[in-house]
Design a protein around this ligand. Sequence first.
Ligand code: MTE
Ligand code: MO
Length: 427
Amino acid sequence: MAARSQRGDAADAALGRRSVLGLGAALTGSLALGRDAFAEQTDAAPPSDAPWSQSLGAGVVDRPYGRPAAFEAGVIRRNVPWLTAGTESSISFSPLQSLNGIITPNGLFFERYHAGRPDVDPARHRLMIHGMVERPLLLTMPDIMRFPSVSRIHFIECPANGGMEWRAAQLNSLQFTHGMVSCAEWTGVRLSTLIEEVGVRKEATWAMVEGADGAHMNRSLPLEKCLDDCLVVYAQNGEALRPEQGYPLRLVVPGWEGNVSIKWLRRIKLGDKPWFSREETAKYTDLMPDGTSRGFTWLIDAKSVITFPCPEKPLNGPGLYEIRGLAWTGNGKVTRVDVSVDGGANWTTAQLHAPVLSKALTRFSLPWRWDGKPALLESRVTDETGYVQPTITQLRAKRGTNSIYHNNAIQTWQVKADGSVFDVQLG
Ligand SMILES: Nc1nc2c(c(=O)[nH]1)N[C@H]1C(S)=C(S)[C@@H](COP(=O)(O)O)O[C@H]1N2
Ligand SMILES: [Mo]
């Protein structure tokens, strides 16, 4: 397929005076594109008056807390029932195929629970900070809210995202292959501010962070990371954290595997060595081909995925489209995303959409004139350290096939002549 000339076609279409959709003839009815939308008769098309244009609408307190339009009822988090024995220690996936921009709406943020979602009473919740500190503290929620606040936009990705695709392409869905990543504006206190308040004893080099859920999920973090950019947050996209995300208090560890961003945060203990908890020994480690195990693999390496088209959002006939996607890296900022429509033989640099923020989801797009022939769509991100997203073959050569975690491979979407899209892996 002609990826090289495709760059020219796309640029022509984007920059030229031609109408993008070729809709000039729409009103006369002789239209190449939008067959479904325009060929169907509707009583709502101007100059007719739709039923909703002929009466009063609902009043202002009809919905004291807003919700999406009833027509968007299919845009929901979903789980994979066979993946876990029950729903209390499980995952729900964010519907990336239906999201725009870089912020995940609070009701659609992916969920990962190890012992279900507790209902924590903020009036009785406390955060204990102790261990190798000068002045141990037990803080209430109002205490925490009195500290200087900051807001930051960061993604959280479970390192198991894509884990089911290590051996083969098995889930024909963007939601299920990539939906364990979400991004929000978090507001709270810098962890360094709280640590300053208790005073670090000089032997301290590690911190243990623990949740108030039944799992008492806990992880060890190097003190250096705690003092760098970790946040203890009580708000998410402008409102209080959702119970699903750790209400009333969670840790956000920017750019590191989601598991360390402890929800329902209740304890921080400073020490001089890691704790080797269950979640950093039996779990969240990677069994290598030689039988050794990688541990403390915190960093989320650069990753990207095309969100349109995708299995859930096929193409509707040949013509001009915008390939859209998301890219992210735990290493800082995304600097470049390249897109291929021929399975990686030729690449074209996509446009990054502002804002491009450190350790946040980043949007990219590329205009594409689809000729109606089969295509293999891929995106490949480069981050500010120069790291380039690997192919699944390159990743397997390094890590084998025993892993679950940290699959950041290039995703391939196969477009068939009828516009349908499939999850495939190239050998
Ligand atoms: N207390 C507690 N914190 C937790 C978990 C948990 O089960 N209990 N799950 C972790 C995992 S594995 C991930 S990937 C992230 C998911 O955050 P989210 O549910 O807000 O998407 O929370 C982490 N923090
Ligand atoms: Mo996770």
